[in-house]
Design a protein around this ligand. Structure first.
Ligand SMILES: C[S@@+](CC[C@H](N)C(=O)[O-])C[C@H]1O[C@@H](n2cnc3c(N)ncnc32)[C@H](O)[C@@H]1O
Length: 358
């Protein structure tokens, strides 16, 4: 790797990406110029000036120039991403559609678009259009057949056991998190860490290398560092580099063991008979359905009998419910300290103790 890992490089992203090895990056998050084409200052009805995006870095002579620029940096992204890597782009209606076309023309494969719904958007001060209350993120893999990282189970757990949806309600960056210089916003478009937290958690692993070619205040790098990922940021404005470095210095990475996706580890293969051999369940013990409607007795050969049906924990649970198959581990419970516990939890106990897998 030629580029310095865990640094923010001061330079032009196309030139700097050219120096990065082919197939070396696990994840890219890119928040490029919006090309808002704002010409005049914007004022609120009370004549106070709106702190919009009037920065030079957002100015392009024409749509064509913006497209040419976008094509160049996205081409570099494609080259340096690993085959199974993914890219996230964020933008507004001004640029996201143009970026989407270029992305597809370069052979990336769009996996999702996410709508970031701003819970506290800036109003439409002129009252001439709908309040623009969201930005769009495109998540794409390098190729159609990439075996990309997606922590489905973790994201579901994150969302209270409901599938994580593509509409994310997150406030814009405000309060303590908003970096200031001389009392003014240090950057006009600093993104909320919450957004990056979700992205990095969902689509990368601890130890991965994450690149942000438009690093700004170093939001991606900061969240990456916190979550035990490596990062490279590229930013052409040197004033933002010092802000980022200061920000990064105050971040302590989370302890490694807390970054594991335990929830995704495969369930250990433990036959029911092993629990009997180890006296975790005894011959003659009774198993119950959760509502206690069914009661089965454990025999010496690890079969169970319930309502004159004999067989494995799975077969008997299926038969008594009139099903063709059923998971006996989660169906049956046993009494422990006057409470019912699933035999699945005893299986975990066995695996922890004897298989040393957890
Ligand atoms: C939309 S902002 C990114 C903000 C960032 N996500 C954050 O949370 O702070 C885009 C950034 O890209 C930088 N930039 C624009 N053109 C660039 C280029 N060609 N190479 C590197 N950085 C560039 C700008 O200076 C600006 O800070």
């Amino acid at each position: 790797m030629t580029a310095k890992v865990n640094t923010i490089i001061n330079g032009d992203c196309i030139e700097e990406m050219e120096k990065i090895e082919t197939n070396s990056i696990d994840l890219i998050f890119a928040d490029p110029p919006y090309n808002l084409q704002l010409k005049n200052d914007l004022y609120r009805p009370n004549q106070t000036k709106v702190n919009g995006v009037f920065d030079n870095w957002d100015k392009f002579e024409s749509m064509q120039k913006y497209d040419d620029f976008s094509e160049k940096w996205l081409r570099q992204c494609k080259r340096i991403l690993k085959d199974d890597a993914t890219i996230w782009l964020i933008g507004s209606y001004h640029n996201i559609f143009r970026l989407g076309v270029i992305l597809q023309n370069l052979g990336f494969w769009i996996l999702n678009d996410i709508i970031w719904i701003k819970t506290n958007p800036m109003p439409n001060f002129m009252g001439t259009r709908f309040n623009n209350a969201h930005e769009t993120l495109i998540w794409a893999s390098k190729n159609k057949n990439s075996k990309f990282t997606f922590h489905y189970k973790a994201m579901k757990c994150f969302n209270d056991d409901l599938q994580m949806r593509s509409d994310w309600y997150i406030p814009i960056c405000n309060g303590q998190e908003r970096l200031k210089t001389n009392g003014q916003k240090a950057h006009s478009t600093q993104k909320p860490e919450e957004l990056l937290f979700r992205i990095i958690l969902a689509s990368s692993n601890a130890g991965d290398l994450i690149l942000d070619p438009f690093s700004g205040t170093g939001t991606t790098a900061s969240v990456a560092k916190k979550l035990g990922r490596n990062y490279i940021g590229i930013e052409k404005e040197s004033s933002y580099i010092s802000i980022s470095n200061e920000r990064l210095q105050n971040i302590t990475p989370i302890e490694k063991s807390l970054l594991e996706y335990q929830i995704e580890k495969p369930i250990p293969k433990v036959p029911f008979g092993n629990l009997i051999e180890k006296n975790i369940i005894l011959i003659g013990d009774f198993l119950f359905s959760k509502d206690k409607k069914f009661k089965a007795q454990v025999l010496s050969d690890a079969s169970i009998v319930c309502n004159n049906e004999a067989g494995s924990i799975h077969k008997v649970s299926a038969k008594i419910q009139g099903k063709s198959n059923n998971n006996g581990w989660t169906f049956w419970s046993i009494e422990r300290d006057n409470q019912l516990v699933t035999i699945d939890s005893l299986r975990q106990e066995y695996a922890n103790k004897y298989l040393n897998k957890f």
